[in-house]
Design a protein. Structure first.
Length: 437
């Protein structure tokens, strides 16, 4: 249960808890996304060859990304399960559960036998574990954001504060790619034989670190107040769907232009770069490392910008910028000039981050306190079904049909247009007090 008996904290103590909550959200989120993106990185490099070896290369890539997509299908289910408990028993306890679930599933991925050992059953086990990963990460985001946001004393810095759980995403990309790169340099077939497994196995150590940090944080003042006043909703997810259907749908569609390009920039690029461009695996891993490192700075920066410029205005600018950048991106990639390819990949997340920085605040601000975990989580994770999850599959199919990256850029621009229209219909609550009702 939440820490209902804790007395009111002084301003200094509350600032200390805010700092701890932001750090716990950022580091815990990093560990969860490390687990999720590790799978993304290895899918484009390894899984088609090891788990679908009898298929043609393009078909094997589609099959591998189909298993990858399963994790995205599970994310709304994770949002529903953990959103319910996050609004029922508290943000802190739920976040501990999501971290454990994600970490154990990721560790087990590193032990799955390949097609050569047990045939198609390797892919089946991989699919089940990916589904469990999706449930875990589906419940993670809402809790991490609220843990930070609900400790904030002022409304004037919500964009910046809630950008730190978002910061965990590029940091997860960075650490996942760094881990793969460390073992990618193994000689011969060692990477395919066993090297790819090690980053999955060491995730269990990261989970232990995340648990240690999260267990030291108090429950948020918002939830403790709701519990003290006996205003905990019995069926928060159902109630959120009843009271906030518009906000949930708009939140999901607002993410389309951010999430689809993200997985093209960070997952599809490995199959496109090695297959279409003939680039080396390590070259692509290093470029994505630089990309993720830059994003670690630009996400909190654009969260800070949104506190001053407004959440909607910042987000709309990001939609336009990302739509235009998609064509420049594939234009640079298709030159096959290493310097241009490296530059395009390195800066690819910056236009995306104009949206991603303020996104957590924009979505979480749309829901009442008693339904915030459920509503925000569902709105955020629904996009994974039609935006993030299918993006590498759609990109692969477009490339097979049209033989050019510009077809993928056009697809990205359409996604950005959907986001632009959706954000126009959302209410901007920048620097406004939130209801704990």
């Amino acid at each position: 249960m939440a820490d209902a008996a804790i007395p009111e904290l002084s301003d200094a103590e509350q600032r200390k808890q805010l700092n701890r909550a932001v750090i716990a959200s950022a580091i815990g989120s990093t560990i969860e996304w490390y687990d999720f993106f590790l799978y993304s990185t290895v899918t484009g490099l390894v899984f088609a060859k090891l788990f679908f070896p009898q298929s043609e290369p393009l078909v094997g890539t589609l099959q591998a990304f189909s298993v990858y997509f399963v994790g995205f299908l599970a994310r709304p289910l994770g949002a529903a399960i953990f959103g319910h408990y996050g609004d029922r028993i508290g943000r802190k306890a739920t976040l501990v559960a999501t971290l454990l679930l994600m970490g154990i599933a990721t560790f087990l991925v590193g032990l799955v036998p390949t097609y050569e050992t047990i045939g198609i059953w390797g892919a089946v086990i991989l699919t089940v574990l990916r589904f469990i990963q999706g449930i875990g990460v589906g419940g993670e985001w809402g809790g991490a954001v609220l843990l930070a946001m609900e400790w904030a004393k002022t409304d004037k810095h919500r964009g910046f504060i809630t950008s730190w759980p978002q910061w965990g995403v590029p940091m997860g990309v960075f650490t996942a790619n760094l881990a793969v790169l460390a073992f990618s340099s193994l000689s011969g077939d060692a990477f395919f034989d066993w090297g790819w497994r090690v980053p999955f196995l060491i995730s269990i150590l990261l989970v232990a670190v995340g648990l240690y940090i999260r267990l030291g944080i108090l429950e948020t003042p918002t939830f403790r107040k709701l519990e003290r006043e006996n205003r905990i909703e019995r069926q928060p997810m159902i109630q959120a769907l009843k009271e906030h259907p518009k906000e949930i749908l708009l939140s999901a569609f607002a993410r389309t232009g951010q999430q689809a390009p993200f997985y093209i920039f960070t997952a599809f690029i490995f199959s496109y770069g090695t297959g279409q461009l003939g680039m080396e695996r390590d070259f692509l891993l290093k470029a994505v490392l630089v990309c993720a490192a830059l994003s670690c700075f630009t996400i909190p920066f654009f969260g800070w910008v949104s506190d001053r410029w407004g959440r909607k205005r910042t987000y709309l600018f990001g939609c336009v910028l990302t739509a235009v950048f998609g064509f420049l991106y594939f234009g640079a990639l298709d030159t096959q000039v290493p310097a241009w390819v490296f530059l395009a990949i390195s800066v690819s997340l910056i236009p995306h981050d104009v949206m991603f920085g303020p996104q957590a605040a924009l979505i979480a601000e749309s829901f009442k306190g008693r339904l915030r975990y459920s509503g925000a989580s569902m709105g955020y994770q629904l996009a994974s079904v039609f935006a993030g999850g299918p993006a590498p599959l759609i990109a692969t199919a477009l490339l097979a049909q049209y033989k050019t990256g510009y077809a993928i850029a056009f697809y990205m621009a359409v996604c950005c247009a959907i986001s632009f229209i959706s954000v126009l219909m959302m209410t901007d609550r920048t620097n406004k007090a939130l209801s704990d009702d």
